[in-house]
Design a protein around this ligand. Structure first.
Ligand SMILES: Cc1cc2nc3c(=O)[nH]c(=O)nc-3n(C[C@H](O)[C@H](O)[C@H](O)COP(=O)(O)OP(=O)(O)OC[C@H]3O[C@@H](n4cnc5c(N)ncnc54)[C@H](O)[C@@H]3O)c2cc1C
Length: 411
């Protein structure tokens, strides 16, 4: 089949890989001049398990506090659509996330991890990976907040240990002994890696294998009859047998004229990537500060600190207090581990998030148009698995993994 993909973020590039692998003729349309320039640029790097990543699902772990110094979600210039999204997210949080959907997501994350590892091994891709994660608990009370997520993880057979501070410091010897630590959750099989680097390596490989990347090509409109895309500046429509929408935050607006609605919001966050200063004082793999929802990940010769959540103004200036909190958290846990005074990459990116935190993967309702978008806080974690599943659906095969509860009909 002749297939178009809209968007060359981690989701679009992974989808291109799988469709090309199945023998399709694939063209990727990307408005930017390279892959992974938007949400996939400098995320925290956390791979499976998914449900312990901040903002993975409403009410699961991230408490929603909108006001005060300890607000977990900062509102800035919110519009009516943002408020409607927030209302739905709050409602889902109050009801408790749907157990079936959570277990689908965790199953998908695990499947994705296996697929990613398979692809990386097959093509010898090196993308600054590390193995193992600690969820750092500053107080004993924090442990209780994790229990619903832990239950899903245990049911899914994911290795997980509740450990004390001494054991945590043995696993991450760089942890500052002066910072109070009540205990930690240890996930020995959790992985992390550089999302952008992986996307670029995969782009390079698929391009060499025949996938066409039309960079600098903004899709102005999706067409249904005949099925295709209209690139900005062109008068005609380019026809395809199938189109897969992987346009991250732009997906909802592209889909809307054809009928289906995606209630997606941008939950912005930040990352600071800093050169390693002293490896002994830096994390060996990844840690998450449970209270502050900030992750610190070792990525090769750098350390990436990520966190913060903002709803509203897409083009807002960087919020200095949030960035200061990232630096403080790094200094709390790994003082001296990274050089925070120069050579920093500071990034603000959007998590393309649907009100239940889960992506939309599958048919759109418009014949030939497929959706693989809205991955929220887990696009890197879920990309390889979702891509494989969409390729299977397009090839009229049953995916190896359940996609229950991830269809667009839930909205
Ligand atoms: C601070 C932060 C930390 C995060 N940490 C993690 C983490 O640890 N683990 C994890 O799994 N996820 C994490 N995420 C989420 C993850 O980064 C996203 O879910 C993921 O990058 C989404 O990928 P995507 O390909 O759907 O979107 P994008 O990467 O945004 O790709 C969409 C692409 O579509 C292109 N596009 C849009 N409109 C058009 C158009 N009209 N025509 C052509 N091209 C178009 C865009 O230019 C873009 O390149 C984090 C996000 C943030 C902000």
């Amino acid at each position: 089949m002749k297939i178009a993909i809209v968007g060359a973020g981690i989701v679009g590039v992974s989808t291109a890989y799988e469709l090309a692998h199945d023998g399709h003729e694939v063209t990727v349309f990307e408005q930017r001049n390279a892959a992974a320039e938007e949400a996939s640029f400098a995320n925290a790097g956390l791979l499976a398990p998914h449900l312990l990543t901040p903002w993975s699902a409403p009410g699961l772990y991230t408490p929603l506090k909108l006001l005060g110094r300890r607000a977990t979600l900062r509102l800035e210039g919110v519009k009516g659509t943002d408020l409607a999204w927030l209302w739905r997210w709050r409602r889902a949080a109050r009801r408790g996330a749907q157990a079936a959907q959570l277990s689908t997501l965790e199953g998908l994350a695990r499947y994705s991890q296996q697929r990613l590892q398979h692809i990386a091994a097959q093509h010898e891709l090196e993308f600054e990976t590390s193995q193992g994660r600690l969820i750092l608990l500053r107080t004993a009370q924090e442990q209780a907040r994790w229990q619903p997520a832990l239950q899903v993880l245990r049911d899914a057979g994911i290795a997980l240990r509740e450990i004390d501070a001494d054991a945590a410091r043995q696993i991450e010897p760089g942890l500052c002994p002066e910072t109070p630590l009540a205990g930690a959750l240890h996930l020995p099989d959790a992985t992390a890696g550089n999302c952008r680097l992986f996307a670029q390596l995969l782009r390079q490989g698929t391009q060499a294998g025949g996938v066409q990347f039309a960079f600098g090509s903004r899709v102005a409109r999706l067409a249904s009859q005949p099925l295709g895309v209209q690139v900005q500046g062109e008068s005609g429509t380019r026809s395809f047998d199938a189109v897969v929408l992987c346009a991250g935050m732009a997906s909802a607006a592209l889909l809307r004229p054809l009928g289906p609605r995606l209630p997606m919001a941008a939950v912005h966050g930040y990352s600071v990537s800093a050169p390693l200063r002293e490896a002994l004082h830096a994390p060996v793999a990844s840690v998450v500060d449970s209270q502050l929802q900030i992750s610190i990940t070792r990525l090769g010769l750098r350390v990436r600190i990520a966190g913060g959540a903002e709803l509203g103004a897409p083009d807002a200036e960087h919020h200095v207090p949030t960035l200061q909190q990232l630096y403080r958290t790094m200094n709390d846990w790994f003082p001296g581990g990274a050089l925070l005074s120069s050579g920093l990459q500071v990034w603000r990116g959007a998590r393309p998030t649907l009100p239940d935190g889960a992506p939309v993967v599958g048919a759109s309702g418009v014949p030939g148009l497929w959706l693989n978008t809205g991955h929220g806080a887990g696009g890197w974690t879920l990309a390889s698995g979702c891509a494989r599943a969409v390729a299977d659906l397009i090839g009229q095969r049953n995916p190896d993994i359940s996609l229950e509860g991830l269809g667009i009909q839930r909205f």
